[in-house]
Design a protein around this ligand. Sequence first.
Ligand code: GLU
Length: 475
Amino acid sequence: MTVRVRFAPSPTGYLHIGGARTALYQYLFAKAMGGTYVLRIEDTDLERSKREYEESQIGDLKWLGIEHGEGPDIGGEYGPYRQSERMQIYGDIAWKFIEEGKAYPCFLTSEELEELTEKANAEKIAPHAYHGKYRDYDLAEAKKRIEAGEEYVIRFKNPGKKWTFTDLSRGEVTFPEDMVGDFVIIRSNKMPVYNFCCAVDDCLMKISHVIRAEEHLNNTVRQLMIYDAMGAEPPQFCHVTLLVGEDRQKLSKRHGATSVTQYKELHYLPQAMTNYLCLLGWSHPEEKDIFDVNELGEKFDLSRFSKTSAMYDIKKLNFVNEQWLRALPDADIAKGMTIALGTDSEFNKQSDEWKVKFASIMKEKIQLFSDVESHLPIFFDPAAEEDDQYKEAIAWETTAQIKTYLNEEVSKLSGDFIDESLVDTWMNHLKSELKIKGKPLFMGTRVCLTGRAHGPDLKSVVSLTPLEIVKKRLS
Ligand code: GLU
């Protein structure tokens, strides 16, 4: 079987994390099976769909490395890949259905529909029970009314049977015969509805597997009817569990950043994002947490989806980002920091050599590139960080001796930075001549040179701190 999957976003906003996860699953599955991953833009909601959202979503998918094999920007054998460019196809199929007695024009006005809904509510039955008024209406008569300019929608004639399919993630799913009525497939403004055009496209684009979020599960019943009416085998479905926030509610804006664009702007690493997204609802066969999704190959199989909703946990994402960040070469970390920090950050005023050395010692202290900003005062702020430990150490008599000695030594120096080997020379002198040892020596030297009781490796910090800052601290 040729595997063909599709990601079908509506360009009505930025790419949501949940959408990115679905796209990733399609991409990985196609890769594992040697199949094709198609990008289809579902832009039939003309008012809310915007080309800039389409472009931004495609850009974000590319940033994540989720590259499609067919799509609106690159074309393909089954195009066009934008639903707004396929209107003729939907209209033709809807009318073919009408001619075949599988659909019919319906002239119910909105007032009539409202009345019918009230009637159904009063009788405690589903409103769709009354939607079939024009089901058996004479077609010649209907055509005359249409020609005369009357408004109409096209309804699908629900054959009224039970529908069963095997979902690859959830097992057997059965929908009762009265779950939906004769549903609209083309609106009065000639626009097709999602369930219709989605199924038509899946069919014409020869999609073999539909992987999507479980919120679409109930749509499947209408889509099964459309495949059936088209005389086509339905694709295999795999409805993956919803992404939820810590409160177990569907992930939404109130849970924090939910669009890929936001994470891109926060300088998360795309490899970390795809790694984390992959773990949200799917588990690695070797129980690995950190892995390159592009190296999963055949390991990515649809049987490993979890049955419970996946909780989006920013702390876990940050942890994954941290692991990926640390594994990068120091020069790349420095580059990432350069981009993440503003041009007026002290970091960006330093040489490339400085940045790479800084990256090599600070990478263990951060989860995101931008986190380094909060560590810069160790290098650039002459003022001390006067916490309890600092206050204690600075008050030692030995610290006063250390300060006097270092002040003398440092004032002899010139240039921009201090050579790190001098720190050893100074410490040796303090040890042999002034007999200061152990904690008083190490802590005392640290507080004098860095203005802090804690920090990264002392020699590295000293060598990366501008000489004038050290001078100011000592004086
Ligand atoms: N356009 C739909 C959405 O964005 C696609 C759903 C599907 O994959 O069938 O939710």
